[in-house]
Ligand binder design. Sequence first.
Ligand SMILES: *Cc1c(COP(=O)(O)O)cnc(C)c1O
Length: 376
Amino acid sequence: MEFIDLKAQYQAMREGIDARIHAVLEHGQYIMGPEVAELEQRLAAYTGARHCITVSSGTEALLISLMALGVRAGDEVITTPFSFIATAEAIVRLGARPVFADIDQATCNIDPGLVEAKITQRTRAIMPVSLYGQPADMDELNGIAARHGLAVIEDAAQSFGATYRGKKSCNLSTIGCTSFFPSKPLGCYGDGGAIFTSDDELATAMREIRVHGQSRRYVHPRVGVGGRMDTLQCAVLLAKFERFEWELGQRARVAARYDALFSGRLGKVGRTRDRSSVFAQYTVVLDERDRLQAVLHGAGIPTAVHYPVPMHMQPAYAHYASPDACPVALDMAGKVMSLPMGPYLEPAAATQVAATLLAALGERMPSRADLLAAAK
Ligand SMILES: *Cc1c(COP(=O)(O)O)cnc(C)c1O
């Protein structure tokens, strides 16, 4: 069993992907070829944001966003301690300080109730993460930001395609950043990412920063980075995007199956009615996580922990906060475990995962009658 089956996905879309790749090989414009603008238009239209700027990775998307906002040494950016390290890394690379606000126990997203007290004269932005594919509490965060004149960058690396109160993730705040790392819900075959905004000035700044701060050839009004996404990766995504909505439906189906099999028998990361998750991960919450993970691995079932150590307790980041600054994140880091997930995971495989986990917990599998009742 695969944690995320990328080979089955390729087999399902092989013709379209191969045709798109060959078109690039024929025209030979490997950098900033026509597929780049085509993808940017598609993705902007999909999210509803006015601008999409493709970049070399999700990490670079975050960095370029902060640069465009003018974040620099001495500034502070409020973020969650419970994410992939790239979130805080982008802040630190600019000499700014990550200020960690603890997470909500149910959803594992930043707790907006803890954010306002962290704002100082030096705060420039709030950077929530839409963890596991479910948008953070964006309206509450946008409200706080508006009262204090701050920008909000959604780290939507895991949530492209999710909806929040009728709008798409990546189009919920000043800037939205996503990643096309192969295992993300919309993944290419290498590194890639995108930035979304409806602010024309920020979009121009981010387009320039992406290519060494250049406004036209050899004219550099600002400092930038080498941050382009290459044409071949954009071509792969254009092919994969054709089936993206179908794939999200399949992901939701796998999640619903897990939900029904686990109902009342074990804890999972909570979901909120006014938004959808794209299930970048299906994550359960277990008191004996390490033992149960070993049992699943022994049965040939791959799992992952996102994330075993909160960012404020990583050696390179520990001086930004005391170890007891975010007790909820620390607690959840010891309890979360993500299960195999993806559009190509067979129903029988999901059932096998659930049966193995429930047996290890000493819980019985729900009967057919239980499942029918739960579906009502
Ligand atoms: C994957 C991820 C990133 C980084 O994206 P890359 O494309 O791998 O650079 C940033 N933030 C979060 C929350 C992620 O999951």
